[in-house]
Design a protein around this ligand. Structure first.
Ligand code: GDP
Ligand code: MG
Length: 169
């Protein structure tokens, strides 16, 4: 089995940190070089007979006012059609217009791929009751297959994300 898992989210939510943690679990190959407008291969994780290719999809958070952004968005959306799992990374404390834009792109899903909401940087949140104040409203907008509080730096729930990724391919 070999399949693709997309790690999506606006800049600075912790996608690269999460990827490093995911790949740090076992021997893996990382690559930043192969970059096209469709997607960028971030790394490959092998588990027995299963191989997960983690990709990111540049352009998902961009406004569509400029032609180049529209083009990149279309490319990003079409590459999402090929993935078995989307990991939507957000910051536990802040929700921005860029998050909203990524969410909008995810809503145009038309197949059986799964979507996980990974609420990152929970190590930063002292009052766990305050965890992601927008979550209730967000859950109404999108039916996530799973919602996971994570810490990419500390590794909280990262193994769970890796397991789901491997199972999805
Ligand atoms: P990206 O732009 O989405 O790839 O985000 P990065 O992985 O580059 O992370 C952006 C910043 O957030 C960096 O300073 C990271 O150290 C920090 N960061 C990422 N994950 C966590 C986390 O789980 N907890 C905390 N406290 N900071 C994090
Ligand atoms: Mg990054």
């Amino acid at each position: 089995y070999c399949g693709m898992v997309a790690i999506v989210g606006r800049p600075n939510v912790g996608k690269s940190t999460l990827l490093n943690k995911l790949l740090g679990q076992k021997i893996s190959i990382t690559s930043k070089k192969p970059q096209t407008t469709r997607h960028r291969i971030m790394g490959i994780h092998t588990d027995g007979a299963r191989q997960v290719v983690f990709i990111d999809t540049p352009g998902l958070h961009m406004e569509e006012k400029r032609a180049i952004n529209r083009l990149m968005n279309r490319a990003a959306a079409s590459s999402l059609a090929e993935v078995s799992l989307v990991i939507f990374v957000v910051d536990g404390m802040t929700w921005t217009d860029d998050d909203e834009m990524v969410l909008r792109k995810l809503q145009s899903r038309d197949d059986g791929r799964k979507t996980v909401l990974a609420i990152n940087k929970v190590d930063n949140i002292k009052d766990k009751e305050a965890l992601f104040p927008y979550l209730e409203e967000l859950s109404k907008k999108f039916e996530f297959d799973e919602i996971l509080p994570i810490s990419a730096t500390q590794g909280t729930n990262v193994q769970r994300i890796l397991d789901m990724s491997v199972e999805s391919v």
